[in-house]
Write a protein that binds this ligand. Structure first.
Ligand code: PXP
Length: 248
């Protein structure tokens, strides 16, 4: 049986991290997005954080104008970000929890505990035509709540699995993978489109690429890191190949 296609969303945040490290105009995340498009990406993801530590407002404007691929706009569920998203109307809006002091998005959203507010928050985004995605862990309560409040998509957080692999804990990683697999199946059965991402690399992507229920993987930090050694286009093309081989 052939599996449904799996999209690769390339997250370009850390091209902007490198640019901002020197306050220069390069490397340009828009150039990276255009290169990702050439190399076989199916979408571009960019996270406008409250502190603008990597992507800045002008990057979002320039991306919207320059790319033909769908933009997945990652943001916290704040009024400021909602206003920006409603102005740009990107293809997708992915809501993530955000803490100022964290290095990266550490956990998933508490959709079950914040259901009423999030339902109100996503309604205008949906009306504006953006697909709303919620970044969550594999907890069944979070999955069910995401479906209940009207999200179109959930993105499952793969970061913990990748950390366990890096720590050399294969048994715990296998358990986490199984929980993610069950979560993906549950979300699909609830009518949600299922994506996954965070921390994925050539070494950790295969089991996710092989999951029938998944439709999209979003990958950033590893690809930008690998670009230092092999170039961004080749890194993305190789990721595409690893995903396609695993899905076959
Ligand atoms: N998906 C979501 C929702 C994220 O917040 C991030 C990190 O910004 C990613 C995917 C990509 O993670 P990484 O940069 O570790 O590949």
């Amino acid at each position: 049986m052939t599996r449904p296609p799996l999209r690769l969303g390339v997250n370009i945040d850390h091209v902007a991290t490198l640019r901002n490290a020197r306050g220069s105009a390069y490397p340009d995340p828009v150039r990276a997005a255009l290169m990702a498009q050439e190399a076989g990406a199916d979408g571009i993801t960019a996270h406008l954080r409250e502190d603008r530590r990597h992507i800045v407002d002008l990057d979002i404007e320039r991306l919207m104008a320059a790319i033909t691929l769908p933009l997945n706009f990652e943001m916290a569920a704040t009024r400021e970000m909602q206003t920006i998203a409603l102005r740009h109307r990107p293809h997708a809006v992915c809501l993530v929890p955000e803490k100022r002091e964290e290095r990266t998005t550490e956990g998933g959203l508490d959709v079950a505990g914040d259901a009423e507010r999030l339902a109100d928050f996503i309604a205008p985004l949906r009306e504006a035509g953006s697909r709303v995605s919620l970044f969550i862990g594999h907890d069944p309560h979070q999955i069910d709540a995401s479906a209940r409040i009207g999200a179109a998509v959930v993105e499952l957080h793969t970061g913990h699995y990748c950390d366990l692999i890096a720590q050399g804990r294969p048994d715990a990683a296998a358990q986490e993978l199984e929980a993610l697999r069950m979560g993906a199946t549950r979300a699909q059965a609830a009518g949600l489109e299922v994506h996954a991402g965070h921390g994925l690399s050539f070494d950790t992507v295969a089991p996710f690429a092989a999951m029938d229920a998944l439709r999209e993987l979003n990958i950033g930090h590893f690809l930008v890191s690998e670009a230092v050694f092999m170039g961004l286009g080749p890194a993305i093309a190789k990721m595409r190949r690893v995903m396609d081989d695993a899905r076959r």
